[in-house]
Design a protein around this ligand. Structure first.
Ligand code: EPU
Length: 427
């Protein structure tokens, strides 16, 4: 199994460029199923998950080619409606083809994703939304079979909880439904906004971008278009936290600081310096002789839907709080099992107790973590272990880094360019 070796305790210095957002690329790639013609997507990150989505599109009859960060997709002849178990089990976001397939072909068959490392993660909101539009759904041998009985009909769809992929899936189905669809309590994540922009460029009529109420007037057809994936705010946040944890000074470029207000606010409270331009963030912690002069104040966070503190940065923030000067409480409200990194962080010396959906972290101060072998359990947990390893003294070996490769483009190379001593060992 491939591993990442980290010789920690080195502050990070330099510039790092942010890739396109995984969680925007996935729905935008799925949206190309909605119309024939040549779609052009720019700034598509080359990740395990985007490759899986392209493989799925290929199974459905799509042809594509990548040139650098640009992917050209031709969805003229769709030949299938099924997302097989083998792909869905490696990437839950495969369910994002349900909406576009219903819109374009009137039916879809998608393996029901099981539970995953971070929680049960059902798709009942997606299915309830489709049913409101007149779709019949059945569960057959582990597959969701969805059939639009004629043209879908606009309706009001209310989400109990703002679901990101649920909003995206129902939105992609509703753009060609007859009449008006209103999605109430829609997710407001910037990735949903990126999808709205693409759908509007394809000819859809959508109002309410970036709000919790999306109003769609159905159109009879859409056309291919050219779109750009927004910068990855979670990758950006991960590097921000890494610098706060190791000390040093790093300018993060090609990012959108306006998508990271919750994290920026918290890092400032911790005592980290942050300067921003329109598309860059400089994070710095003054240090002398490799010892950070920044005291790291312990603070509390609660994960919430956007614009609240993202659950996708909770594990990384915990790796920082482990080195705080007091007690921090991290409350995870989105996923019920997103503390898998805790046991691994403890292997490096962290003092953390879990009480239900809260983790209580007693900070042990800077320069006190010690490297150890640890195992990655999911994508963001892996990033947390990398941050802890970068700040720990001695060697940390992170195994199962395929998790990391699902969502971070060239992480080892980017970290090395900042002075980190990291190496991937392929086995
Ligand atoms: N939920 C349901 N039923 C549903 C859908 C969601 O009960 O039908 C619950 C979930 O279990 C969770 C909450 O609603 O408690 C919110 O989940 P959401 O549907 O928003 O999550 P998602 O769309 O499956 C996306 C990201 C995740 C990110 C979450 C929350 C993509 C491809 N994935 O997942 O990203 O954690 O939103 O922001 O956009 C990651 O990148 O590491 C990752 C897990």
């Amino acid at each position: 199994m491939d591993k990442l070796l980290i010789d920690g305790g080195v502050p990070l210095y330099g510039t790092v460029s942010i890739s396109g957002a995984k969680n925007a690329a996935l729905p935008l790639l799925a949206a190309t199923l909605l119309a024939p013609g040549e779609h052009v997507l720019h700034n598509v990150p080359d990740l395990r998950d985007t490759r899986t989505m392209l493989k799925l599109l290929e199974i459905l009859g799509v042809q594509w080619e990548r040139s650098g960060k640009t992917v050209r997709i031709n969805a003229d002849n769709l030949t299938g409606v099924e997302a097989p178990y083998d792909l869905v089990k490696t990437m839950r976001a495969s369910v994002l083809v349900l909406g576009p397939l219903l819109a374009r072909l009137g039916s879809a068959r998608v393996s029901l994703p099981g539970g995953c490392a971070i929680g049960a993660r059902p798709i009942n909101y997606h299915l309830k939304g489709f049913e409101k539009l007149g779709v019949t759904t059945n569960l057959e041998q582990g597959y969701v079979e969805a059939i639009a009985n004629g043209r879908m009909q606009g309706a009001t769809v209310y989400f109990d909880v703002p679901s990101v992929t649920g909003t995206e899936n129902v939105l992609m189905a509703s753009v060609v439904a007859e009449g008006e669809t209103v999605i109430e309590n829609a997710a407001r994540e910037p990735e949903v906004g990126n999808l709205v922009d693409m759908l509007v460029a394809m000819g859809a009529n959508i109002e309410g971008k970036d709000t919790d109420r999306l109003v769609v007037q159905g159109v009879s057809e859409l056309h291919a278009t050219e779109s750009k994936i927004i910068p990855d705010r979670i990758e950006t946040g991960t590097y921000m936290i890494a610098v706060a944890a190791t000390g040093g000074s790093v300018t993060i470029t090609d990012c959108d600081p306006s998508h990271l207000l919750a994290l920026t606010e918290k890092l400032l409270l911790c005592g980290v310096n942050i300067e921003e331009t329109e598309d860059s963030i400089t994070v710095s912690c003054p240090e002398i002789d490799g010892r950070s002069l920044c005291r790291l104040r312990s603070i509390d966070i609660t994960t919430l839907p956007y614009p609240g503190f993202p659950t996708d940065l909770q594990a990384q923030f915990m790796a920082l709080m482990v080195q705080g000067d007091g007690t921090s409480i991290i409350h995870e409200t989105i996923f019920e099992n997103r503390f898998m990194h805790v046991a691994e962080l403890k292997r490096l010396g962290a003092d953390i107790a879990i009480e239900g959906s809260r983790a209580i972290i007693r900070g042990i101060g800077r320069d006190t973590l010690c490297g150890a072998p640890v195992m990655a359990t999911d994508l963001r947990a892996s990033a947390s272990l990398v941050i802890a390893g970068l700040s720990a003294l001695g060697r940390t070996e992170v195994s199962r880094i395929y998790h990391l490769e699902r969502g971070y483009e060239e992480m080892a190379e980017k970290l090395r360019a900042l002075g980190a001593r990291v190496e991937i060992v392929r086995e």
